[in-house]
Design a protein around this ligand. Sequence first.
Ligand SMILES: [Zn+2]
Ligand SMILES: [Zn+2]
Length: 258
Amino acid sequence: MHSFHASLPDNHTASGFCSRCNKVHNLAMGASKKTSIALSQRLNEQQSIHFSVDSDKNREYLSTLPLFGETRGKMFGVLDCLTKSNRPVSLYAFSGQFNGQWYIDGWVPPLFKVETFHKTTYQAEKEIKALTREIKNTPAHSTNWLHLRKQRRTLSQSLMKEIHALYSLTNFRGETQPLTEIFRGKSNIPTGTGDCCAPKLLNFAAKNNLQPTGISEFFYGRETKSGSHSHGSFSSSCQEKCSPILGFMLCGLDTATI
Ligand SMILES: [Zn+2]
Ligand SMILES: [Zn+2]
């Protein structure tokens, strides 16, 4: 039913500039493209991202069908690795949340503790929602309306800073740093930085002494509104959110893989 662009050249990578080494660190697709295609076939067959063998009670909740509807598709990623004893293992990731969940068995976790994330965001999100309701009920462009909008913006910005401070990233030198320390961008840290597949996969590998041998990220589901991603298309790590952190994350990998 859903064709996959299996014939495209394997020239995608995860990369970023490392200020410590003063160069760009790269990780190519390698054979992980095959693993990605196998993963997409498994998603096609199961129509679910529920990979745990223990039970299938959440099967409906983890259905991939909404990805072909209004919510549209999402990026999935694979990191092929070797263990210390040279055994191959593949890690799987979905970008951001899946159906409101950060952590799903069988997939790498996010870069923060989920409970701490919920504690941090719960109260602030309630306040932001209340302000939004109030803004709707206030005459547009009135003094109070402007004041409420400013209040909401300040609250959102401080919440975003608090959220970014929760992200901690480990690289292949065994160093762990908060996102706020390592982001190398010209502007503020964009929303969703650290939630793409590449940083989740690399962080998990680095923390678990796994040697990456190839990375691939592909889009699965109905194409994005802008048309930038279509079902089955592979992409390199993104410029806006990933490039400014992957230099740090990939550091130590070049020498470690020899
Ligand atoms: Zn990204
Ligand atoms: Zn480096």
